[in-house]
Design a protein around this ligand. Structure first.
Ligand code: BG6
Length: 510
């Protein structure tokens, strides 16, 4: 485990405490698509502190009024647009006016030390001299280290018993083991571990948070949750979108870095972790960290990569990845990954976890599917039942949110004939859906100092350690091309077929 293991967690409060939120990358994509809509949603739910100040920092010309107008226009443009994450019927103008009144703007270059004097002055002017401040890095990852260092040099990260200073760091957190270790080191030169909130937005998804509650608040499944009863686990994050306007980023990243050591491993840790001793940040994060330390580095023969070619996704013609803007015409960057992962622990020895993610696939499905072992005895031999189908527990993350259980029943009638059926629980049938872009809980948790849903230095380093052999191996060779709109490359089927297993259908989303 990394020697950066924290000795303390942030000081936790019962409700959000007065704070300034300084957003680096104020005019950027993340701010307008997710961070500000989340702040607005928190405001409408009265979940922001009574006293709050929003301070935007960016290179663009502008002032507080221009920044507020830009954000308001963005929010407006999302209204009624079903494909945006910000799904509200209308903007509550009173709420927006109150938020806009707290805004100020600092123009400048993040790499120049002078900027940080201006940021300090803006914090003081907003009434937070010696007060609580969140620094949100909604910026390109190459600036994370610089911003943290400069904040430290300007004295802005100093905290004491009377106030806190916290930094939110987005992904990608490094691009391999070495860079992740280096980035942690740079951050920890200016900050304590308890000040750093490394976001993985998958943990903002309701159903992902619900996994722990499902497992540990119900005695029913936990006795089955081990190698004696579970055959294997499939974790899928299939997307219909392509790389869109992110060709440059994707060429340097690829599906493995973009999705696996962060989002997919996060899901895996939620399913595989041991019950925590307590439900606080230390208890939960220690258990998750154990999963990463007990995963052996991946073997190249357990990894499959693919890249989308031209095809049709949900009725629309799509170009090949190599024809996307800012993508090399002979690029070997993968847009699809399938992996077989093991966990060397008493509970999971011998149980494969199959992970897959890809772009331009047939359907959008994010889910965790747990396949139970067949019944131990061939009780039905000599009847009409030739084969038993599998028992699955499926945790639907998106687009549906819920759980479903697949099992066998006897078909009504005189003969013994079995039929597979399913029992479904959908969140929307039981709970009112609040507008959410998925960042609300995470921001709220930063404000109250709850680090449970954030990654610790040792967790990110260990996750990179697991995938590093594949990163090394894939510097050579080529991905298998799959047509856009398919379920992935054939190699991914073979990865399971060698042990007689099959991926779940991407159609089976309900
Ligand atoms: C991001 C990746 O972190 O997650 C994107 O960079 C990906 O490539 C996205 O599309 C998926 O998130 P979600 O919430 O849309 O499933």
């Amino acid at each position: 485990m990394a020697d950066s293991m924290p000795t303390t967690e942030p000081k936790k409060a019962d409700h959000p405490e007065a704070c300034a939120i300084v957003i680096f990358g104020a005019f950027g994509d993340l701010t307008k698509r997710l961070v500000m809509p989340a702040i607005y949603n928190l405001a409408t739910k009265k979940q922001l502190p009574e006293k709050v100040a929003l301070i935007g920092v960016d290179l663009a010309d502008g002032d507080a009024a221009a920044w507020a107008k830009h954000l308001h226009d963005m929010l407006e443009s999302f209204v009624g647009n079903a494909s945006s994450e910000f799904d509200v019927d209308k903007i509550d103008e009173d709420t927006w006016k109150n938020l806009a009144a707290t805004m100020s703007y600092v123009k400048g270059d993040m790499t120049k030390p002078d900027l940080y004097n201006d940021v300090g002055a803006a914090i003081d002017k907003a009434g937070f001299k010696g007060g609580n401040v969140i620094f949100y890095m909604a910026i390109a990852d190459r600036f994370f280290g610089t911003v943290a260092t400069e904040l430290g040099k300007a004295g802005l990260t100093k905290q004491d018993d009377s106030h806190w200073r916290r930094v939110v760091v987005e992904k990608p957190f490094g691009h391999d083991v070495e860079s992740a270790v280096q980035l942690n080191k740079t951050l920890l030169d200016s900050l304590e571990e308890n000040q750093i909130f490394r976001i993985d937005h998958f943990l903002g998804k309701e159903t992902v948070q619900a996994i722990a509650a499902f497992r540990f608040a119900n005695g029913m499944f936990e006795p089955l949750w081990n190698r004696d009863r579970i055959d294997h686990v499939q974790i899928s994050a299939a997307e219909v979108v392509g790389v869109e306007a992110r060709g440059k980023f994707y060429e340097a990243t690829g599906a493995l870095r973009d999705m696996v050591p962060n989002h997919l491993f996060t899901l895996l840790a939620m399913v595989a972790m041991e019950p925590p001793v307590s439900f606080d940040a230390t208890g939960v994060r220690n258990r998750k960290a154990e999963i990463f330390t007990s995963m052996p580095p991946l073997k190249p023969e357990d990894a499959v990569r693919g890249q989308y070619g031209a095809g049709t996704v949900q009725g629309k013609e799509k170009a090949a990845y190599r024809q996307e803007p800012n993508v090399s015409p002979d690029s070997n960057v993968e847009t699809y990954v399938a992996l077989k992962v093991g966990i060397d622990s008493w509970r999971w020895a011998g149980v494969p976890f199959y992970l897959r993610t890809g772009k331009h696939l047939k359907n959008r499905v994010t889910e965790i599917a747990v396949r139970f072992k067949p019944a131990p005895l061939q009780t039905f031999a000599g009847t009409n039942v030739s084969q038993l189908s599998a028992n699955w527990l499926v945790i639907h993350i998106q687009p549906e949110e819920g759980f479903s259980l697949h099992f066998e029943v006897k078909k009504p009638g005189p003969e013994v004939v079995l039929a597979p059926v399913r029992m479904d629980f959908a969140y929307k049938d039981f709970f009112k859906q609040e507008p959410s872009v998925g960042y609300e809980t995470l921001l709220y948790d930063v404000m109250i100092g709850d680090a449970t849903l954030f990654n610790r230095a040792d967790m990110v380093e260990d996750a990179w350690r697991v995938v590093q052999p594949i990163l090394d191996a894939w510097k050579e060779g080529t991905p298998e091309i799959y047509p856009s709109g398919a379920t992935g490359p054939k190699g991914a089927e073979d990865l399971l077929a060698e042990s007689g297993r099959k991926w779940r259908s991407l159609d089976d989303t309900a």
